[in-house]
Design a protein around this ligand. Structure first.
Ligand code: PGA
Length: 256
């Protein structure tokens, strides 16, 4: 582990190992508090973690029945039944395979006609439930967390966002054509993320190395949204060697 005070960085040989560690951290949290509020993330980064959580569940090593499951973001507009919706992704990759109570599964509604109300209601729901205990994050190559894209200011609350071109390009790998990629998303804001008790950020691949380095070792700025995590008390960053490339160089230089 590379220890940078409030930020602990673990470097692994493979994405599988990251998944094992991340799943272990979440299952420990759930064992301590059966009713934990967990905020899940979509994308490639947490898939290994979700596979491992299913394995732990099948081994009866973890019980999800008491948790409240939130999600960071959702495309807008999108039907839940669309296989590219994040609601579908979560069910397909995790929730349909474990024993969460679907009455306690919450995600911004990409089908809503009233986005403002949806955003306000989502913040209220998180707040009324006491905030997030365990927040899972990926990171975009542009430094976004959730769909909090680089911008002139940090947006505190859940909001509608126009997706950055790099996000649309990155996400187009899941769609048949570029035109089908939604251009907007509803995302939890920086406030709920920063108020969560514990944050786990997962990244692998050399294409994430620069974002990771800038997020944790350069200025805190809304142009690099993940950099705000430098101000959080309890962040664990799980990387493979590719994503850790620049960070490891920094660590070696510091300890010379
Ligand atoms: P990825 O996306 O896990 O698919 O790389 C992460 C993100 O864009 O936040």
């Amino acid at each position: 582990m590379l220890d940078f005070g409030n930020i602990n960085i673990y470097v692994f040989d493979s994405a599988e190992e990251i998944g094992v560690k991340a799943a272990m951290l979440l299952s420990e949290t759930i064992k301590e508090n059966h009713k934990s509020n967990v905020c899940f993330a979509t994308g490639g980064s947490p898939v290994g973690m979700y596979k491992e959580l299913i394995k732990l569940y099948n081994e009866k090593a973890v019980d999800f029945s008491g948790i409240r499951a939130f999600n960071l973001d959702e495309y807008y507009p999108i039907q839940k039944s669309n296989s590219q919706s994040y609601d579908y992704f979560m069910k397909d990759n995790l929730f349909n395979h474990i024993n969460i109570d679907f009455n306690n599964q919450f995600i911004p509604n990409g089908e809503t006609k009233d986005v403002d109300k949806e955003c306000k209601d989502y913040d209220k729901l998180i707040e009324e439930n006491g905030g997030i205990d365990f927040q899972i994050l990926g990171i975009g190559t542009n430094g976004h967390i959730g769909f909090n894209e680089p911008s002139k200011s940090f947006k505190a609350n859940t909001h509608l966002v126009e997706l950055a071109e790099s996000t649309i390009n990155a996400n187009s790998r899941f769609f048949d054509s570029m035109e089908e990629v939604p251009k907007y998303g509803i995302t939890m804001g920086i406030k709920s993320i920063m108020m969560s008790k514990r944050i786990i950020l997962i990244a692998y691949g050399e294409n994430k190395a620069e974002a990771i380095y800038k997020a944790f070792f350069e200025d805190v700025t809304p142009e690099m949204p993940a950099s705000i995590l430098q101000f959080h008390r309890n962040v664990t960053v799980l990387l493979d060697k590719g994503a850790a490339k620049l960070v490891e160089e920094k660590f070696k230089a510091r300890n010379k």
